[in-house]
Design a protein around this ligand. Structure first.
Ligand code: PA5
Length: 401
């Protein structure tokens, strides 16, 4: 991944850097890139089931989905499923696609009591026997889910207490299912390590990330919507993960009592240039845009050299590779935005579709979120707004009994 171009100005960032250096002593996600992966890989190798089912929501599934969706064609003969929503139709639709006799259920919940996850776990327990042969749990060591697992002798993997849900993708939460799917988790972590080292050793990514965070913060009252415009459908999951990471981490009241309004939007280039782009181009100037491109799709699918009757004037498309078409679409949109001169944008280019590059991208965004959070003086790692709804739901469900 490399940055092509930036609209942002560099200023002194020493104070924020020192805060982040201090913060990394007690916030666990910073050290995840350097963890030992032997146990995960050994466990992954022993998994015989062909259907791998992640049961979890939010930070317990979105990151895994993002990486898997990006790399899906590199997987082995296994199929990865996600059960997260309490929508009854969707849930049954998804379960119908699973060979229940040949499935490994990975129940993931840091708190161990999330209503969606436990409701699905209960439903699954009613349609099949969940035991040590077909289930594992990933949770905090003293959670109620951990007690459930122990009572059934189900193997558990830990989520460290100081790693927040939406920052947990590079813990067992993401690494275990991804390793089972045959993905190279060491390469993934290498991408994170390189960003970590570059940032903390004040090399390239120090100024890239600081510069971007600073611009966002300095202009947050005018440009309060942060759009990611990904020119690859492979980044659909990344977009969703970004929306959670940014929204749940930064949508807060800061220590001065000011509500922070930074609003994430995740779009897919080829599709959304037929919809949301209009709003970017001619709507209110309240958005920053980050375009993400893939330099090498490593795929030569080509528009065939054929003429279609009545459509001969589009024959200029003949023989164009789709990978070149999509990148030209990206470049044309970027040029159109550049021409307007009043929309702040930058471009991230991912070199290729592999573990290393998605690791780099996601760790960059984790760091960026922490730094923006630090600039705007909020607690990046809590989510009181989300908790409030959970408490009301629990009360109202209990009342109905
Ligand atoms: O980032 C967060 O903390 C949340 O999005 C959680 O990941 C989400 O609520 C799921 O929580 P849990 O893992 O406890 O089931």
């Amino acid at each position: 991944m490399k940055y092509h171009k930036s609209f942002y100005q560099i200023k002194s960032n020493e104070e924020i850097f020192s805060k982040i250096v201090k913060e990394k002593e007690h916030i666990g996600y910073y050290s995840l890139p350097f963890q030992e992966t032997k146990e995960i890989k050994e466990f992954a190798k022993r998994v015989k089931q062909k259907h791998i089912v992640v049961v979890g929501i939010g930070g317990s599934s979105l990151g895994t989905f993002a990486i898997h969706h990006f790399l899906i064609d590199k997987e082995n003969d296994k199929k990865l499923h996600f059960l997260e929503s309490t929508d009854p139709i969707d849930l049954q639709r998804r379960i119908r696609k699973i060979d229940l006799k040949d499935a490994l259920f990975i129940v993931i919940s840091k708190s161990g009591t999330t209503i969606e996850t436990i409701s699905i776990l209960k439903y699954l327990s009613s349609i099949l026997v969940l035991d040590s042969s077909n289930t594992i749990c990933i949770t905090e060591e003293d959670s109620k889910l951990n007690s459930f697992a122990k009572s059934k002798e189900i193997k558990t993997f830990d989520i460290p207490k100081n790693v927040g849900g939406r920052f947990s993708v590079f813990s067992n939460v993401g690494l275990l299912p991804l390793a089972i799917m045959g993905l190279d988790i060491d390469k993934l972590l290498k991408g994170c390590q390189d960003i970590y080292n570059s940032f903390f050793e004040k090399e390239d990514y120090y100024s890239i990330i600081m510069e971007k965070a600073r611009f966002i913060v300095e202009n947050k009252n005018r440009f309060n919507i942060n759009v990611i415009f990904s020119y690859s459908s492979l980044l659909d999951g990344f977009n969703k993960w970004y929306v959670q990471l940014w929204g749940e981490s930064l949508g807060k009241i800061n220590i001065n009592g000011t509500k922070q309004a930074l609003t994430p939007v995740g779009l897919l280039g080829p599709v959304d240039q037929h919809s949301f782009l209009q709003l970017i181009m001619e709507g209110k100037r309240d958005k920053t845009v980050t375009f993400i491109k893939i330099e090498d799709f490593n795929d030569d699918l080509t528009i065939p050299n054929i003429s279609l009757e009545g459509l001969e004037e589009l024959d200029y498309l003949n023989n164009i590779k789709f990978k070149n078409l999509i990148n030209k679409q990206a470049d044309s949109t970027i040029q159109a935005v550049e021409d307007l001169k009043d929309i702040p944008y930058d471009v991230i280019t991912i070199q290729s579709q592999d573990e290393y590059n998605i690791g780099k991208l996601m760790f960059t965004y984790e760091l960026l979120t922490s730094i923006v959070g630090s600039f705007v003086q909020i607690n990046t790692y809590d989510q009181p707004g989300v908790e409030a709804g959970k408490i009301i739901l629990k009360k109202s469900l209990k009342k109905e009994k």
